[in-house]
Design a protein around this ligand. Structure first.
Ligand SMILES: NC(=O)c1ccc[n+]([C@@H]2O[C@H](COP(=O)([O-])OP(=O)(O)OC[C@H]3O[C@@H](n4cnc5c(N)ncnc54)[C@H](O)[C@@H]3O)[C@@H](O)[C@H]2O)c1
Length: 447
């Protein structure tokens, strides 16, 4: 008999003592932590499988607007040796969060434009309305204002919150960051990050809009707060990334992973100025976001260059399709998901291998649920700042000029006075991209 069964069978008196002591402590002490997955696509199911590997977790609900995705999730449940009959299926996460008072954790894996709506709602749901703990996918949010609201909800409700920048749980990332911070590279004056996706030029294709979504899909709920428009397969599962209404392109999609390591290692939160230029040069599809983008981030003591290539890349970047680099006066550290190498100024090289990241990240979340004073490896603030590097690059690209970023106010300016140390001339055109008004019928939940 597990603790939940014990409480059920022994009645309210024992349960009341435990629950009134502290609901949070009750989560920490529970034999089985009950979770629900919101969004059962590629990453939702990867997270579902990882959670089910841990006997501490029990899935009680899955939510998706596409019944076909639910079926795939249920297959994963069976393969994990768990009982699908214990899992209730939902189409609308708002209904699920309002109804279910037996959940402890929400695992949010929808496209980015739902993250803030689902996470904030979850922070005020659950047992006695004290809020669910959260595992939410990156990028943090569709825009910067939503990201800030998510932080407010998590901190006000004192939720344990892990965001899916799983590189932070990789031992070799932790070692490489410690190496940069040790000062052995001397003054690190240049950082570089890059991603080359090597999509064929056909990309997400050129399918026409369709009068109806595929069977089993509630397309209106999929759109959620995004503007209404006809269904198109190329804007739907996975490909939604390449459209401004939902995912904002490869720049934040991968930038949040890559640029996060720069912010972490260099102990900074935000650039002072950002300039991005590029365009859609290679992809012959209906995607909207640039396939080529080069971004310069200015920090007080170093510069960071970020290169985004969605099209083909023949060689270059030492054949690493993604990576991070720290260039110092004594040497250079180059890092990716497979390992890291230090090249000293005399040409000597030190190689270091890679490490597992995703399952370790979920294990770290569990550890924090059990020990509630421990901050998860990817605190929500860190992912807000990393996501913002992607958003700011896109904003600079869209307004076609360099923007100055007042990270304290989270506002864009046209300039910065280094003598007075103040930002000058608010950039109203750029600031229009900081938030997207939701479609009628949707409202970002209050925090
Ligand atoms: N951590 C990582 O390395 C990593 C890797 C891939 C994706 N991701 C992130 O995971 C998220 C999902 O990406 P994906 O590749 O799985 O996309 P996907 O399109 O495969 O899956 C998204 C799922 O969410 C569902 N959905 C949409 N609206 C919903 C709603 N209102 N309620 C419930 N379900 C809804 C869709 O039907 C779909 O099944 C994104 O934020 C993405 O950036 C993270």
């Amino acid at each position: 008999m597990d603790r939940r069964e014990f409480l059920r069978q022994t009645g309210a008196s024992v349960g009341a003592t435990l629950l009134t002591a502290s609901t949070s402590r009750a989560v920490a002490a529970r034999d089985k932590i009950a979770f629900a997955v919101i969004g059962c696509g590629g990453m939702g199911r990867a997270n579902l499988r990882a959670f089910l590997r841990l006997p501490d977790f029990e899935c009680l609900a899955v939510c998706d607007v596409d019944k076909n995705q639910i079926a795939l999730a249920m297959d994963d449940v069976k393969k994990a040796g768990r009982d699908p009959a214990r899992i209730q299926v939902y189409e609308d996460y708002r209904k699920m969060l309002d109804e279910r008072k037996d959940l402890d954790v929400a695992v949010i894996c929808t496209p980015d434009h739902h993250h803030a709506y689902a996470l904030i709602h979850a922070c005020y749901s659950g047992r006695n309305g004290q809020g669910l703990d959260i595992y939410c996918e990156k990028p943090l949010a569709h825009n910067i204002v939503e990201g800030r609201a998510m932080i407010q909800a998590v901190r006000k409700q004192k939720r344990v919150c892990q965001i899916g920048t799983q590189q932070r749980s990789g031992k070799h990332f932790q070692d490489a960051v410690a190496f940069v911070q040790s000062g052995k590279l001397g003054h690190v004056y240049l950082c570089r990050t890059w991603i080359t996706n090597n999509y064929p030029p056909t990309g997400c294709g050129n399918p026409p809009d369709e009068p109806n979504p595929p069977p089993g899909v509630n397309y209106d709920l999929w759109l959620g707060p995004a503007p209404k428009r006809p269904f198109n397969r190329a804007r739907f599962h996975w490909h939604y990334r390449w459209f401004w209404d939902y995912g904002n392109g490869l720049c934040p999609d991968w930038g949040v992973h890559l640029n996060d390591i720069i912010l972490w290692a260099m102990k900074v939160q935000a650039p002072l100025a950002v300039h991005a230029c590029g365009g859609k040069y290679e992809m012959k599809d209906i995607s909207e976001t640039p396939d080529t983008l080069d971004v310069t981030y200015e920090y007080p003591t170093f510069v960071h260059l970020y290169t985004v290539r969605q099209g083909r890349m023949h060689g270059g970047f030492g054949s690493r399709n993604h990576g991070m680099e720290f260039v110092g006066t004594e040497g250079t550290l180059t890092l990716d998901r497979n390992g890291w190498v230090v090249t000293w100024k005399d040409g000597r090289q030190e190689q270091h291998g890679g490490s597992e990241q995703h399952f370790t990240h979920v294990q770290n979340f569990l550890h924090c649920l059990r020990n509630r004073s421990v901050e998860p490896n990817s605190p929500i603030e860190s992912v807000h700042y990393a996501t913002n590097t992607g958003h700011l690059a896109n904003i600079s690209y869209r307004v076609g000029r360099k923007i100055y970023w007042d990270a304290t106010q989270e506002r864009c300016y046209r300039g910065y006075d280094p003598v007075k140390k103040v930002f000058v001339h608010e950039d109203m055109e750029a600031n229009a991209y900081l938030f997207r008004e939701p479609r009628s019928g949707w409202k970002l939940p209050a925090t």
